[in-house]
Design a binder for this molecule. Structure first.
Ligand SMILES: [Zn+2]
Length: 179
């Protein structure tokens, strides 16, 4: 079988509420457990959440959500394939935006981004911001803060211990504190 197709087939994990596509088994287990952790942390459960891990997105972007998809009930996070810690931090960033959307703080319509019910910036202007201006947007500021702090709470807690015995690579990572 074509190796890439084979890897793809191996990398689909569907649980009750979360689909994870595009990563190796040990990362699927970690990401799945991390989503459970985020659901508890934010006290919210995005329905049918899909995490799609792509080899590469583009030069500027390491992850995204699509607000019009969210408006159609599709909770999807797309991130670039990187090391586990990096992916957890990207997932945290995008998950924060989904929470902001579900709590009616962040929205997008008519080519504009809305924050707390008010038109804040056009999608075009947003796409042309430099990093400094981008990082000051209220929804990005929150996502950037969360991506820095929340993965550590997960890794330093005992959440990974629950995953022992599922996968040899994962056992090695957990037993040697490689995250
Ligand atoms: Zn963002």
């Amino acid at each position: 079988m074509n190796k890439r197709i084979d890897e793809f087939l191996e990398s689909v994990l569907i649980t009750e509420n979360t689909t994870i596509v595009g990563v190796k088994n040990y990362n699927k287990y970690i990401i799945e457990e991390y989503i459970n952790f985020l659901n508890t942390y934010f006290n919210i459960q995005p329905q049918n959440l899909k995490i799609k891990v792509n080899k590469r997105i583009n030069k500027r972007t390491f992850g995204y959500i699509n607000l019009s998809k969210l408006r159609n009930g599709k909770n999807e996070i797309v991130i670039e394939s990187k090391g586990t810690n990096y992916m957890l931090s990207m997932i945290t960033h995008e998950y924060t935006h989904i929470v902001q959307y579900l709590k009616n703080n962040l929205d997008g319509k008519d080519d504009n981004i809305y924050w707390k019910g008010k038109e804040y910036i056009s999608v075009e202007d947003y796409n042309n911001l430099d990093y400094n201006a981008y990082s000051k947007l209220p929804w990005e500021k929150e996502a950037l803060e969360n991506q820095k702090k929340i993965p550590d709470l997960f890794i330093n807690g005992n959440h990974l211990d629950k995953l022992l015995g599922k996968d040899d690579s994962l056992d090695y990572i957990i037993n040697n504190n490689l995250l």
